[in-house]
Design a binder for this molecule. Sequence first.
Ligand code: NAI
Length: 795
Amino acid sequence: MPNTSVAEKFRSMEYGAAPEDPAATLAWLEQFERRFGHFIGGAWRAPAAGGYFPTHDPSSGEKIAEVAQGSAADVNAAVRAARAALPRWRALTPHARARFLYALARQVQKHSRRLAVLETIDNGKPIRESRDIDIPLVARHFYYHAGWAQLLPREFPGLEACGVVGQIIPWNFPLLMLAWKIAPALAAGNTVVLKPAEFTPLTALAFAELCNEVGLPAGVVNIVTGDGTTGEALVLHPDVDKIAFTGSTEVGRAIRRATAHSHKKLSLELGGKSPFVVFEDADLDSAVEGLVDGIWLNQGQVCCAGSRLLMQESIAVALTRKLQTRMAALRVGPPLDKSTDIGAIVARVQLDRIAGLVAQGVAEGASCWQPDLPLPARGLYYRPTLFTNVHPTSVVAQQEIFGPVLAAMTFRTPAEAVELANNTAYGLAASVWSESVNVALQVAAQIKAGVVWVNSTNMFDAACGFGGYRESGFGREGGREGMREYLEPAWFRRAPRLRPARAVRLRRRAAARPTGTIDRTVKLYIGGRQVRPDSGHSLPCRSPGGVLLGEAPLGNRKDIRNAVEAARRAQQWSAASAHQRAQVLYYLAENLSQRATEIAARLAALVGAKEAREELRLSVERLFAYAAWADKYEGTVHSPPFRNIAVAMNEAIGTAGVICPEAAPLLGFVSLVAPLVAAGNCVVAVPSAAYPLIAADLYQLFDSSDVPGGVINLVTGRPAELLKVLAEHDDVDVLWCYGDEELCASAKRLSAGNLKQVWSNEGRRINFFSAHDGEGRWYLEHAFQVKNIWVPYGE
Ligand code: NAI
């Protein structure tokens, strides 16, 4: 507005242009002649094959630079460099590694403006965000993890780095996602091959240069650019020990399948459709500002964006009106302008995807409203969009749009709000607005999401774990739990391989009952009751010498489904106090101890008298141990650098399927089921295939020990068949599988459907007779998931 008078400007309060100067960043690009190779072994390398591809500024469409398209050969070179660097990196003292992480944090701060501008021109996000959010959080992440590097041996005793880590990141927070991945990996002593997203590779390459500037040993960090095929080559590379991925749920699923037959540790941070719940007593003006941050930050291209607005019916009209007024004042414009609220969408394909989903929403009958805002003449822009009259099953209420689109719905009661909030396959984040701390915390606890912000939204800190429930993936980034994703118990990595399981055959001929005994009928145990198997078949159970010990029911798909339903109905177990859970476990131990001689006598036929007695003794001890842990494995209160506390709660995961070890039929069962039960999960367990008769002893014990019906269910049968049903069942939230390599691999592969967490022995032998290997925090860490609830304080 060149001719506007000061008086007119004063009246309209219109902003003038305030562009950030990109000159220094452009000069930096020129130093590389706007063409980048891969960063491998501390040096820039031209691609072995595949050439270069352009990266564009989405606000103008102009080409910024060319980057290398990574081939399998490039990935191989990078993995080899990372492998070669590993021994020296691991051998450094914790303090020496801490110094490198500290230096990286400092270097990011020293070049913060260049990095912020580079991020903005490559991604399209407003400079205000890259300057004030992304880059400061990157530095904070390296500082925080410099601390873990320093404290590693004391705070993570007995754990060691996974090795070479492959990391694949998306385009929405390019440098921040790099920091979330690289900082903990290095702090734990791993070396890294990272592949940035094809739309936004530049800040990762700028970071590579910082690695050299701080003297990071060559090969500790390697960056290979490219598209999905490059990512796939990294995922499939046989010499990678762990994959960490952030991106779409479809690709996450593909990676789960692709890594199933390897021992690669896996963490997935996937999509979301996070609820933003506003109660009638909320401060509505604050909630509106929260929505600006919740759904319009980064053009809504945020995995934890508050994309579903759930309003209590009584305030829906008022809140919608306020929201529309605010939306009309948002500024969509050039990302380098410091007063821009909403910048450019990352790429044409993403813009088309947003427009397509919005058109689908309209076609399904939802009302679409957009403010009449001017958009720049060129570039990829999309107006902030509000859907009302949205049916909860509509595509705009269910699918991740990853754009500046909000879908609003109403509810009447807190219970209905929780139901709507959880009506999604995802579970990444949520935001709850109420002036009543009781309502807010009650609802926060019931929403299935890894992060819940009370009266706030989209707040992040390196100390507070971030990650999802359900199809939002598994694993956490940040905090102590984020470090654990890059570490494994040293003994477990060296544990010997388990021999392949014996085939369990269906009874072909009438089994002779040992003379002089009354037939002992073993049943399944579902929902607190003994039931016959649906199949009407039994399996013989023989001693190693071939003597028939008895017969156990052959459970099938239907029995597992009934058991999962019973477990679902018993979910109140997770709300029982830790003291109550401990009491039940103690009581189980007491009753097991009472009947030890009798159970050991039966078990002796399979494992010998000495081992049977030892199993009984240790099973009692193990139940005591988890009774002890039940009220001592507690959460943490974080103090992030805002006026907030973040309460990291250990929550039960839900329904757990457990395939128990063949050997140590009682102790193996107790070692796996007790930590899950102590954590508040309900269990569907498949007892030892070698000695399924243990089921009868177990359920008599449960009946006499006040275990609520449905908390522990037993289905005997063939592990591979029952595992398939458990793995494919959408209502099973976590699967623990103990078996040979083949069984463990199929547990992972078959669970890709609903992306349930799978924890297995990786086909290795775990010595449950040793408390060091068979009991403790490592088990509990897999029995719980951490939920961070952020609560603000102050006026
Ligand atoms: P994407 O999941 O395809 O890409 C993420 C990263 O994975 C990129 O680096 C990509 O090159 C790589 N990749 C793609 N295919 C791969 C494969 N088979 N194996 C290994 N790596 C592979 O996401 P995209 O296509 O960029 O975006 C599509 C949708 O995904 C978005 O509209 C959004 O809904 C969602 N998304 C979610 C993100 C989140 O943080 N939750 C981040 C990015 C996208």
